[in-house]
Design a protein around this ligand. Structure first.
Ligand code: 21W
Length: 257
């Protein structure tokens, strides 16, 4: 095997009370491989190690009262300072339901950052003064309630890492990924050719690559129109794409209109 050197190394530093949760991300699959290959680097700071009291507590009561706890100010502040000293010129990201919703198009900008510190909140969140004074960007992964920021950090790290050269084998599979062209994927088929009287579309067996390309593009446009019409609203279609979608709609009129 040829060894290739990538200098596009990106450093993710994660501040969390549950570093073990990240085993799911760092031990398996594409991200696990990328860490082994040293294309990406992930380190953890366990917030409990920064607790100054004898109980090692990392939660505290909110001023103003009410249900639920907050993360203690001091350990979190100390952890951030330590992370910043280890990884100079880092971007500090706080994962929270109040953040901007993370989308594929946001990765372009995030990938230019060489060092990112993720703060994973637990309980009801963190002191606002840390957000105001220490956090550069606040991100959410969607409108649903999670138990903390760890899953969100894993989602962002996974999505960002996939676009780093060398993490995924071929640039082609990145290009062909759903969302890179703002369309849903086309249907895929593998062996057997026929099962329970369901057969693979003939065009895929034709060997005619131009025809196959057009069929797949038409399916992508059609499936997007059926399942995610919101994605088509912002998309400018070429003449060819307009025709393909028009024909798809005509063929599927009875089924969907
Ligand atoms: C969820 C903490 C809800 C606090 C209104 C006023 C990080 C997350 C998280 C969490 C609340 C992300 C309330 C999508 C997420 C995260 C923990 C607030 C009561 N509501 N992206 N008070 N969803 N969530 N709960 O939950 O840390 S990124």
């Amino acid at each position: 095997m040829k060894k290739i050197h990538y200098d596009s190394l990106i450093y993710f530093n994660i501040i969390t009370i549950f570093p073990e949760i990240f085993d799911a991300l760092i031990r398996y699959g594409i991200i696990g491989k990328a860490i082994q290959k040293k294309i990406i680097n992930i380190t953890f700071l366990n917030l409990r190690d920064f607790s100054q009291n004898k109980y090692k507590s990392i939660d505290d009561r909110p001023y103003g009262g009410g249900a639920g706890m907050l993360m203690s100010f001091e350990p979190l502040y100390l952890a951030i300072q330590y992370a910043k000293s280890l990884f100079k010129y880092s971007t500090v990201i706080y994962l929270s339901p109040q953040g901007k919703i993370f989308q594929q198009k946001d990765i372009k900008k995030l990938i230019t950052k060489k060092k990112i510190i993720f703060i994973c909140g637990r309980y009801e969140g963190i002191d606002q003064r840390i957000i105001d004074d220490q956090v550069d960007e606040e991100w959410s992964i969607g409108d649903y309630i999670l138990s903390g920021g760890e899953l969100a950090a894993m989602v962002m790290i996974d999505a960002i890492s996939r676009l780093i050269p060398g993490v995924i084998k071929t640039q082609k599979s990145i290009q062909e990924d759903s969302f890179s062209n703002n369309l849903l994927d086309f249907p895929h088929y593998t062996r057997p050719g026929t099962i329970k009287e369901m057969s693979v579309p003939n065009v895929l067996l034709s060997g005619n690559h131009q025809k196959i390309r057009l069929w797949r593009l038409q399916q992508s446009l059609g499936q997007t129109w059926i399942k995610r019409p919101d994605l088509l609203k912002d998309k400018i279609l070429s003449k060819e794409e307009k025709k393909l979608l028009y024909d798809f709609k005509k063929k599927n009129k009875k089924k969907y209109v």
